[in-house]
Design a protein. Structure first.
Length: 176
């Protein structure tokens, strides 16, 4: 079964979508922070970029938060003891980290994307349209769908970190 990430009744704020206060258990992943930072630095250098202090702070914020909107990353970097980072700097650094495969994103709603470490990308998000709860589920849940899309369209679907909107059990019962 999946793991709930947030469950605010009556709608979601950006903080709710960021995973702040979540019990997701993903921050940090299985990679040590030092080893991951060194690998990121090498990947950036291979593309002519550097591991700047801002990138380190952005990556650390994503690692700590698990799932984070750019606004939540900016808030986390403002609270980490360093000078606050402008939102444009956060977006540029998230883009650079995504380009080298360290972070990836999904759209849980029509607002800002939610970023997470790429090593945590193999799951679906089940997003309740009623209460805003976000539940994770393994991608194996979509295996039949992926096979059917391939059979009918010759298209190989990548469902890693996909968001599926609907109603949780509680909200579904309330709708009936």
């Amino acid at each position: 079964m999946g793991k709930g990430l947030s469950g605010p009744a009556g709608g979601r704020s950006r903080a709710d979508l960021s995973g702040q206060g979540s019990s997701s258990g993903h921050p940090g992943s299985d990679i040590s922070a030092g080893a991951a930072q060194a690998d990121v630095g090498a990947s950036l250098r291979a593309r002519g970029m550097r591991m700047t202090a801002q990138r380190e702070r952005v990556l650390s914020a994503v690692r700590r938060l698990g799932h984070a909107t750019p606004d939540a990353v900016a808030e986390a970097t403002a609270a980490d003891g360093g000078a606050g980072l402008p939102l444009s700097t956060v977006y540029r650094n998230l883009e650079a980290l995504e380009n080298i495969g360290v972070v990836s994103h999904t759209h849980l709603d029509h607002r800002a994307p939610t970023y997470h470490l790429s090593v945590h990308a193999n799951h679906l998000h089940l997003v309740c349209l009623g209460c805003g709860t976000v539940t994770e589920s393994g991608t194996d849940l979509a295996d039949d769908f992926v096979a059917e899309v391939l059979a009918q369209h010759g298209f190989t679907a990548d469902v890693r970190h996909m968001a599926i909107h609907g109603w949780c059990m509680t909200c579904g019962i309330a709708r009936d």
